[in-house]
Design a binder for this molecule. Structure first.
Ligand code: NAP
Length: 259
């Protein structure tokens, strides 16, 4: 049993749907005060209303995680609204699938900005608040794609997700000054709106490649984030947890066919 995080102040970016919504739901169910952030106001409001109807204490703010002023406003506003900040879940990300041969260089820059630069902005913006509180928790949503695996169409995405882990090592060192841990969850294939947009053929191929024989659920990532945000995880920093149903284990197609 983990020490309760009831009444702690938590930001989740990319929380209007998918994994971010799942993380927000897990924290809200534990009694945390959750600030949901994304760009699209209608979906964000609908998700916030849904979590509050289920007993949560949630608020929402629109934010573009690739924009410094927007991230700073989100973080400062959350601290003011909830009376401080305890946890930052920097989860928002995009995964357009484009092979290099047809990728415009501007698409590369955009993915890096939303997925990688945002990690730096989300961590940087917390510093005054975690310094004031004397403690803090940061959980990034990385991926198996990039750090561990490759997939055609995701050179930019894979580089951004591996880049997050490079960032995390030094960020964990710098943030230790504020008694703040920085860790990452590395999801495999999780059932989200974004994943289903990739098509049924993609989904079927992924399920076939997962020893546990299902896509992950958003709560699987939320529970890992909750652990990393707990008091009990206070001596874990600069680390990652792979949550992929075993997808990165098999050495060959035959190995998975045989189970
Ligand atoms: P999703 O279903 O497409 O949801 C993405 C969320 O991020 C939405 O709330 C979206 O809302 C928000 N968002 C996108 N761009 C943003 C921006 N510039 N600023 C603020 N919010 C933004 O995606 P998902 O599948 O849940 O993925 C979430 C994270 O998990 C990503 O970092 C992704 O790389 C990672 N991940 C996912 C999987 C998977 O299997 N699903 C696997 C590995 C890693 P708006 O568009 O309204 O802003």
């Amino acid at each position: 049993m983990l020490t309760s995080i009831k009444d702690r102040s938590v930001i989740v970016t990319g929380a209007s749907k998918g994994i971010g919504k799942g993380i927000a739901k897990v924290f809200a169910a534990q009694g945390a005060k959750v600030m949901l952030a994304a760009r699209g106001e209608a979906d964000l409001k609908a998700t916030t209303d849904e979590l509050n109807a289920a007993g949560g204490t949630c608020e929402c703010r629109t934010c573009d995680v690739s924009d410094w002023e927007s991230v700073q406003a989100l973080v400062n506003d959350t601290a003011e609204t909830f009376g401080g900040l305890d946890v930052m879940c920097a989860n928002a990300g995009i995964f357009p699938q484009t092979k290099m041969v047809s990728m415009d260089p501007s698409e590369w820059d955009h993915v890096m900005s939303v997925n990688l630069k945002s990690a730096f902005l989300c961590v940087k913006a917390t510093i005054p608040h975690f310094e004031k509180a004397g403690k803090g928790r940061i959980v990034l949503t990385s991926s198996i794609t990039g750090p561990m695996t490759g997939f055609p169409g995701w050179t930019h995405y894979g580089a951004s997700k591996a880049g997050q882990l490079g960032f995390l090592k030094t960020a964990a060192m710098e943030m230790s000054r504020y008694n703040t841990t920085v860790n990452a969850v590395m999801p495999g294939n999780i059932a989200t709106e974004g994943l289903h947009d990739l098509g049924q053929d993609y989904v079927d191929a992924m399920i076939a490649a997962i020893p546990i024989k299902r896509l992950g659920e958003v709560a699987d990532i939320g529970n890992a984030a909750l652990f990393l945000a707990s008091d009990e995880a206070g001596f874990i920093t600069g680390q990652t947890i792979v949550v992929d149903g075993g997808q990165t284990i098999p050495e060959s197609v035959e190995a998975i066919a045989d189970i």
